[in-house]
Design a protein around this ligand. Structure first.
Ligand code: FCB
Length: 429
């Protein structure tokens, strides 16, 4: 049984659904031919948000996660676009009118192009610039929002943009990655303070978190101690250290000692969990980034589950394991993303059933989960993978922008309505 106040809903991010985010670094990245497909009009959600929220409401949602597009609010340094600010005020109002609790993400992978051109997070004034944007957002919508996610998946952002180089700014440097990660951490603590100092006295006392992508890591060959070492390194660093760093506001133990002496503080009120899959890791070497091992092909493993259309393994126990791991923070947990891209909606029904069964198992053991936000409300632009992966509870026909609710959406609605697991066969088509 899920509790009455449980948050049920879906998540989106600005660049993936809004369309025509022409001032963002992703738009420039797409225009320079770095990805196979451009986001273009995406789902035209910038215009159609009311229709989309009505759909969420019909599906029994009571919450919705979305992100504010910084490049719309501040298209040029220090120039605030009042139209864009008013737009997000309308978005919040439209959510409230439909009894959908807003969960607002401040940074979901995209930056204004001017920010990136001037060095992005490496620039000495990066934190100041980000804080200015956060302050402007707080002024505009602060008092109407309770749930804040400062950064979406900081580690994925750093990995894709600074190690793999497949997202802007397209770098491949562990040193740069490390520095950027520290910057994001710092930016998070500043945003955390700003939100609390501006809003603690408002009627909706804010709660602030980060959306942490957790991956379950297994070793490719459990009999090899080197593979076990690589798995341990990857797990500790990708999952454990990152979450602790955001909780404590710093990465290195020496800062931790200093912070402890100065009066230990925390920078998370809740943890957002984004969970998708499990990876198998094998040993790759002792130097530099190699210590984190390399992901081996699932083809070598007989005991793995089905894959989604991007080839990621579907491993429902992983959401339970991730939730258990996060309990050590003693913080409430919101599932900020969980979903599957597939052309077979029956697979999505099964996915929702299996993952929510694992969530409810964790909750029955006392894990304090207070909501489940499915990724995603709509099919959308999946970054460098383009429009092919279909993650939506509603299908989007990109030629007509028509939305078609999928049976899996009704299945999730049935669970949300009855607040308990429902047999998959009972789903109306
Ligand atoms: C997560 C991202 C989200 C979406 C899903 C599939 O890592 O936060 O934007 O791309 O994966």
């Amino acid at each position: 049984m899920f509790p009455p106040a449980f948050l049920w809903g879906a998540a989106t991010s600005a660049h993936q659904v809004e369309g025509h985010n022409i001032h963002s670094d992703w738009w420039a990245w797409e225009a320079s031919g770095k990805v196979k497909e451009r986001s273009g009009a995406a789902c035209e959600h910038y215009e159609r948000f009311r229709e989309d929220f009505a759909l969420a409401q019909q599906l029994g949602h009571n919450a919705h996660r979305f992100s504010i597009e910084w490049s719309r609010i501040e298209p040029e340094p220090g120039r605030w676009d009042e139209g864009a600010i008013a737009h997000y005020q309308e978005v919040i109002q439209a959510l409230r009118e439909r009894a959908l609790e807003p969960v607002v993400t401040l940074f979901h992978f995209t930056s204004p192009q001017w920010f990136s051109e001037q060095g992005g997070w490496r620039h000495p004034q990066a934190i100041e610039r980000f804080s200015r944007y956060v302050e402007r957002v707080l002024e505009a919508i602060g008092s109407s929002v309770r749930y804040w996610v400062t950064f979406n998946e900081p580690m994925i952002y750093v990995y894709q943009g600074y190690i793999a180089g497949v997202w802007p700014p397209g770098q491949r440097s562990w040193t740069a990655a490390f520095r950027i990660f520290e910057r994001l951490l710092h930016a998070h603590t500043v945003a955390y303070h700003l939100i609390h100092s501006r809003l603690d006295h408002s009627a909706r006392k804010p709660v602030v978190g980060v959306a942490k992508h957790m991956v379950i890591f297994n070793s490719c060959n459990p009999r090899s101690w080197k593979d076990r070492f690589a798995r341990w390194m990857r797990h500790r660093c990708f999952n454990g250290v990152v979450a602790s760093a955001f909780d404590r506001g710093h990465l290195l133990p020496r800062f931790w000692l200093a912070a402890k002496r100065a009066g230990y503080r925390r920078y998370l009120d809740f943890i957002g969990l984004n969970y998708y899959t499990r990876d198998f890791v094998h040993f790759n070497g002792w130097t530099g980034g190699k210590v984190f091992g390399e992901v081996c092909s699932l083809a070598h493993h007989r005991d793995t589950g089905p894959r989604n259309s991007l080839g990621w393994e579907v491993y429902p126990e992983g959401i339970y394991e991730s939730l258990r791991q996060l309990t050590r923070f003693g913080l409430p947990i919101l599932i900020t993303e969980n979903g599957v891209c597939t052309n077979d909606d029956g697979q999505r029904v099964q996915f929702i059933h299996d993952h929510l069964t694992q969530v409810s198992r964790a909750m029955s053991e006392g894990v304090p989960v207070f909501g489940y936000l499915h990724w995603s409300l709509l099919d959308n632009y999946e970054w460098h993978e383009g429009f092919a992966p279909r993650f939506g509870l509603a299908e989007v026909d990109y030629a007509t922008q028509e939305r078609r609710v999928r049976p899996s959406a009704r299945y999730l609605a049935a669970i949300a309505k009855t607040r308990q697991m429902v047999a998959m066969s009972g789903v109306p088509p």
